[in-house]
Ligand binder design. Structure first.
Ligand code: ADP
Ligand code: MG
Length: 217
């Protein structure tokens, strides 16, 4: 097996199937003999777990978009320096459930551009530099469907990570449109998948994309 590490991110709104698909893709890659790890934002590191609790639980208005952007970037800085870069350095493939595009989608588009785009770009440069995902898989679905999936799942969990889910539908429609705009701007990095199909059908599409892009056939 070639030893070059890769960085693949999964993006999309709530309940689009990111966590489900990342697990299936990592199992697929493992079977191919690839050294793969999965991670997530927020919360890919120990410190990040504490930030995750602060960011995704509790009242939606307990902090604003600016505070969120700063905390997400603190989480991201720890994530890249302590986990993602060392793993890639060792030749591992890293699959991340969300990355910087989520901050643009939520804190910029979701909140109707309340945080200046340039500020988010500057934070990216500061925390991540020139590093970018090799591929970003964007899962796209009508937020009404995604939110109902997500809230049904949360109903079975002890800790309710539903702070963002509790925002109004307009927020979720904004962030969906924002993601699609971002994908259009960087067509080489993003691949958009319609997520309103079975888990298996979506997995097969993602596998076909990965096989082609990374020459795994
Ligand atoms: N294609 C799908 N069709 C129907 N339900 C799905 C599909 N993908 C995921 N789910 C279910 O929807 C819920 C949310 O999926 P999840 O992967 O956690 O989404 P995300 O991580 O994007 O929020 C889970 O209960 C999951 O089992
Ligand atoms: Mg998830």
């Amino acid at each position: 097996m070639e030893s070059k590490g890769r960085f693949i991110t999964f993006e999309g709104g709530e309940g689009t199937g990111k966590s489900t698909q990342i697990k299936l893709l990592s199992e697929f890659l493992e079977k191919k003999g690839i050294d793969v790890i999965t991670s997530k934002e927020p919360g890919g590191t120990e410190v990040g777990q504490d930030l995750r609790r602060i960011l995704v639980t509790g009242d939606k208005d307990k902090m604003d978009a600016v505070a969120e952007a700063l905390l997400y970037y603190a989480d991201r800085r720890i994530h890249v320096t302590k986990k993602i870069w060392p793993a890639i350095e060792q030749g591992q493939w890293v699959l991340s459930d969300r990355f910087a595009d989520s901050t643009v989608a939520y804190q910029y588009y979701g909140y109707n551009k309340r945080v200046p785009y340039q500020t988010l770009e500057n934070l990216y440069k500061l925390a991540v530099g020139d590093f970018k995902p090799d591929l970003t898989i964007l899962l796209d679905i009508d937020p009404k469907i995604g939110l109902s999936r997500s809230l049904a799942k949360a109903g079975h969990m002890a800790v309710k990570e539903t702070r963002h889910e509790s925002r109004e539908l307009e927020f979720h429609n904004n962030l969906r449109a924002g993601y699609l705009e971002m994908a259009k701007k960087e067509p080489d990095r993003f691949v958009v998948f319609a997520a309103d199909k079975t888990i298996e059908a979506l997995h097969n599409e993602i596998v076909a994309c990965i096989e082609e892009r990374f020459n795994l056939k």
